[in-house]
Design a binder for this molecule. Structure first.
Ligand SMILES: CC(C)(COP(=O)(O)OP(=O)(O)OC[C@H]1O[C@@H](n2cnc3c(N)ncnc32)[C@H](O)[C@@H]1OP(=O)(O)O)[C@@H](O)C(=O)NCCC(=O)NCCS
Length: 180
């Protein structure tokens, strides 16, 4: 169930990048150095064609969750890392005509109330692409549970991103996402 007090709507992520990174930091765990790096990456991503973000705000107008993504571009760093893994499994066509979910985070105090599901469903519903891809730490997490329930399946496992301490799974789903 969506939290009654949470409102999902367009987010000017460039203007609210610090609030978003504060949510991400609590939800995902980021060091101060990582926050600085992420800020530069987010601002660069927002310059990509079709990049957009949605936020969830509580009754006081505070940001408690966000998602952002964009039409996938094989030239982007993320794509160049995952492409050899997908190609070796004959799945690299998923990198074309695909909306990539770059980040999805919900403040820990507000998790498991339907906000993450509402954010990712809403942003992909407005995508023109017929499918969506993303990566998530390759473990049995709430994020992976959510993505599976929305119709994402594993395209590649144990994908290593330089500088990431743990391997990731790359997942893809047809759009619109499955309703539960
Ligand atoms: C992943 C995340 C965004 C999900 O947001 P959320 O608002 O908590 O998710 P929802 O309430 O919409 O949950 C939807 C599904 O997620 C799964 N889920 C959520 N919390 C869970 C938990 N604590 N344990 C197990 N599954 C859980 C369930 O499958 C749930 O399905 P249900 O609604 O049928 O029960 C949130 O848990 C989060 O921010 N996690 C930390 C950051 C992160 O991992 N981000 C993703 C990076 S790839």
């Amino acid at each position: 169930m969506t939290e009654a007090a949470a409102v999902i709507g367009p987010l000017d992520l460039a203007a609210h990048v610090d609030e978003a990174l504060a949510v991400q930091s609590l939800a995902f765990g980021l060091s101060d150095d990582e926050i600085e790096v992420r800020r530069q990456i987010v601002l660069r991503h927002l310059g990509s064609p079709g990049a957009r973000a949605l936020g969830a705000t509580n009754s006081e107008g505070r940001l408690i969750g966000f998602v952002y993504g964009m039409p996938n571009d094989r030239g982007h760093w993320w794509s160049t890392v995952v492409e050899p893994y997908l190609r070796s499994l004959d799945s690299d066509h998923w990198l074309d005509d695909s909306f990539v979910i770059t980040e999805l985070h919900v403040h820990p105090r507000h998790q498991n109330r339907g906000i993450g599901r509402a954010l990712i469903t809403a942003i992909t519903d407005s995508a023109e692409e017929p499918r969506s891809i993303l990566s998530a730490i390759d473990t049995d997490s709430p994020a992976r549970g959510l993505y599976h329930s929305l119709g994402y399946h594993d395209l590649a496992r144990q994908v290593i991103f330089p500088s990431a301490p743990r391997p990731y799974a790359v997942m893809g789903a047809p759009l619109p996402l499955r309703r539960s």
